[in-house]
Design a binder for this molecule. Structure first.
Ligand code: CDP
Length: 233
């Protein structure tokens, strides 16, 4: 809930729907803090990969991961060169590494571990204590900030999402293809919506935005208009 006249904005939805782009731009336009909660799950996953906390079938070693949680420090630090907040894992800037397909392939399994979620949700709630925050993820409106004044649920057609993600990865020089990217998005959608711990759901008070035919500019305009309406309520 907000203190002063700043509200809390929760943005949830499937992968590559344009959530983070919209959330980042909205936060900038409103002078709010932006938190990409998915980056935090990706950071924990990268730690687990570096410490070989997966079995031969690439399933997470749950007990070992839970035991390692006190060793994992996740922070965001502002990067003056890029003007964005980068994810730091135990003091190291891992913003590039966490966006790679090898992390994407494992993150949903790690994010389904209850203790991983409890740790990160506690940190996310602390970040939102004074309102004036835009956070995007899968459980923001349902679990992290159930009293958020504005909740958006973002969707888009899977093929459009895969095309968008492929372009992002190609710009980073990652060697991948449309089918591989689509498969990863669909697998994560399935795991994220069917897991027992805080699955991705659209809460009854969330406003759905289908971004399939929206440009980033019109998407931002829509979200900003909704936020302005909410501030007047
Ligand atoms: O950017 P993209 O939409 O691909 O995903 P992300 O926001 O970086 O999140 C990566 C993964 O973290 C998701 O597929 C979820 O498994 C998990 N996640 C979650 O469980 N809860 C959140 N609040 C955010 C992400």
């Amino acid at each position: 809930m907000s203190t002063s006249n700043k509200i809390t904005i929760a943005i949830d939805g499937y992968s590559s729907c344009g959530k983070s782009t919209m959330a980042k731009a909205l936060a900038k336009k409103m002078g709010y803090v932006f938190i990409d909660s998915g980056a935090m799950y990706r950071g924990v996953t990268l730690y687990c990969m570096r410490h070989k906390l997966f079995d031969q079938e690439e399933n997470p070693l749950i007990a070992e991961i839970i035991a390692a949680l006190p060793e994992i420090a996740i922070d965001f630090k502002f990067n003056v060169e890029t003007g964005t907040s980068d994810l730091h894992l135990n003091g190291e800037n891992v913003e590039q590494a966490i966006r790679m397909p090898d992390v994407a392939a494992r993150v949903s399994a790690v994010a389904s571990i209850k203790e991983v979620r409890s740790k990160l949700v506690e940190e996310q709630r602390k970040m939102g204590l004074s309102g004036g925050i835009v956070m995007d993820g899968r459980d923001i409106g349902s679990v992290v900030f159930p009293h958020a004044e504005l909740k958006l649920f973002v969707t888009a057609k899977p093929e459009i999402r895969a095309e968008r993600r492929l372009k992002e990865l190609e710009l980073k020089g990652v060697d991948t293809n449309f089918d591989e990217v689509l498969k990863n998005l669909q697998e994560r959608d399935y795991l994220d919506s069917t897991r027992s711990e805080s699955p991705l759901i659209k809460t009854s008070d969330a406003i759905e935005i289908d971004t399939s035919d929206l440009t980033p500019v019109s998407q931002l305009a829509l979200a900003y208009e909704l936020a302005q309406k909410c501030l007047k309520c």
